[in-house]
Design a protein around this ligand. Sequence first.
Ligand code: DNO
Length: 345
Amino acid sequence: MKMTFRWYGEGDCIPLDYIKQIQGMTGVVTAVYDVPVGEVWPLERLLAMKALCEKAGLEMEVIESVPVHEDIKLGKPTRDKYIEAYKQNILNCGKAGVKCICYNFMPVFDWLRTELYFKHPDGATSLAYCHDTLLSLDPKNLHLPGWDESYTPEELNALLSEYEGMTHEKLFENLVYFLNAIMPACDEAGINMAIHPDDPPWDMFGLPRIICREEDYDRLFAAVPNPHNGITFCTGSLGAGRFNDLPKMAAKYADRIYFAHLRQLKYTSDTDFFENGHMTELGNVDIHGIVKALVGHGFEGYVRPDHGRNVWGEDAKPGYGLFDRAMGACYLGGLFEAAEKEMKK
Ligand code: DNO
């Protein structure tokens, strides 16, 4: 296991030196943020970021994310040109020493929350999700917390119309087409792809979502058996699906889990939740059981604490402050140490 920390590049208010001070931290998870989706990240940019990380004593072996162009998800004829660019990104990442690329295949929207500053009785705040609030929103005129509004309303409308009639099967076929096309680049670069689950793990605004549950992974690995086709095991995303048995899934897929996002959720109804500190007793995700299952089944991937609360008056990007994620990293490091020592007995 290698403990890592998400870092939003030089624009992040958290300096690399602070990240290095977290005990057990080996590296950062980052990306090139200002190149439009579908274009190639210049190798020099990657090398410059790597040099910055190394200067701070940190590795840069995980990229989150190289985003997938919507034309690839839609299966449009133009997808091949975007796939070529994606392959070049994989090769460039490989040249910069990257070992794992996290990505997702969610149509149009990435993760969805309805609140960024859900207030806890102790004064902390965290992200939260309320399904009824989400349903009451108009996807064509969406102003969601955390949603980066990178589309104009006209662009969003046009994109949503392109998805009309998109089925789960078609979307899955498009994912398989994409993976089969990029696997040779992964073989060459020695890079593991790690698909992030859909967050939350159900269809949104009539758009299909296909990486939500155990059967989805079985289907994914059957369709593309190449070992470079792997997963980001995000306990917060999968954990929102009450139908998922996370320790069981962690054990079953341990050798395909190249990256683990470990975080806690507390359910407030059948669909709703707020995020909480990482400790097992603080929510419904069995973090301890998941770590034991990973260690017990030979997991050798990267781990990062995921969304933290905002605590101690920190004014950081919601979910991505320093303090609570640092506490999470230490807590997780302790669980891994205990589980690994237990294993060796
Ligand atoms: C949210 C993140 C996601 C994740 C992407 C991966 O905090 O977990 O935005 O980075 O879905 O492609």
